[in-house]
Write a protein that binds this ligand. Structure first.
Ligand code: NAI
Length: 261
């Protein structure tokens, strides 16, 4: 795809791993300068090294997406480095599995803080920077199929937070349509990233049970396999590119057909 992103600046949160790292590599391959933002600074620097090894341009900024001042500083660092902000990908997140009666108040607040407030803050500071420049921009929020349907049991806090991301996306798309700021959302299904590895770590020790569980996870998506982080990243690059100039307020599953069932 020629995403026409040469010379553009993109900030990606949660870019030290998984989908965020794949986004950093995909945007850089299209010629964009990438602000790699993550709470894990060393791993963020590793992403920058991977981008540079592939001939791209990027810088790392440590920020916790639940802290407004840190997100604002990360956006400002990208604007300072390149003089512009064309796109923001609010991807940082964490999964949490527990029924409501076994979820502490602190765990609920943490899940909502990272998955929803983190997206809110990314949108807030990116939109402020885009408005200040007056040339529009594109935002992609990473929700989940869990934001559309209660696909998996035992995730009420995560599902509630991701549902909030979906509605926030629509609200901002409407509010900023005339500013030339497009706001879209992708809803991944099951993606082969360290987040899934963490889930696998809690699986049964018994090799046969483990193999069966892994086989089952591949079968969750109708395409018969997990998605790759790069599959989600290419969709996000498209949504941030001028190729999608009339696409705003869209909630796009990247889920191998999961929610089509
Ligand atoms: P991952 O665990 O590989 O990467 C998440 C990144 O976010 C990590 O680098 C982590 O350090 C960072 N992060 C976590 N909390 C943070 C905070 N407070 N501030 C800054 N950075 C923080 O996860 P993955 O799979 O790449 O997930 C990315 C997004 O995709 C998440 O929002 C997740 O909910 C969503 N998603 C993932 C799916 C999957 O199957 N892997 C499916 C559906 C949605």
């Amino acid at each position: 795809m020629d995403a026409q992103l040469d010379g553009r600046t993109v900030v990606v949160t949660g870019a030290a791993s998984g989908i965020g790292r794949a986004c950093a590599l995909a945007f850089a391959a299209e010629g964009a300068h990438v602000g790699v933002v993550d709470v894990r600074e060393d791993a963020a620097r590793e992403t920058v090294a991977l981008v540079e090894a592939a001939g791209g341009r990027a810088h790392a900024t440590r920020a916790d997406v639940t802290r407004s001042g840190e997100v604002e500083a990360a956006v400002a660092a990208a604007v300072r480095a390149t003089g512009r902000l064309d796109a923001m990908v609010n991807n940082a997140g964490l999964v949490f599995n527990a029924p409501i009666t076994e979820t502490t108040d602190e765990q609920w607040r943490r899940v909502v803080d990272v998955n929803l407030t983190g997206v809110w803050l990314g949108c807030k500071h990116a939109i402020a920077a885009m408005l200040a420049r007056g040339e529009g921009g594109a935002i992609v929020n990473v929700a989940s199929v869990a934001g559309l349907v209660a696909a998996f049991s035992g995730q009420p806090a995560y599902i509630a937070a991701k549902g909030g991301v979906v509605q926030l996306t629509k609200a901002l798309a409407i509010d900023h349509a005339l500013d030339g700021i497009r706001v879209n959302c992708v809803c991944p299904g099951v993606v082969d990233t360290p987040m899934i590895d963490d889930a696998i770590a809690s699986w049964p020790e018994d090799p046969a049970e483990r193999a069966a569980a892994k086989q089952a996870i591949h079968g969750v998506q109708p395409i018969g396999r997990m998605s790759l982080a790069a599959d989600v990243a290419s969709t996000i690059v498209y949504l941030c590119s001028p190729l999608a100039r009339d696409v705003t307020g869209a909630i796009l599953p990247v889920d191998g057909g999961l929610v089509a069932r």
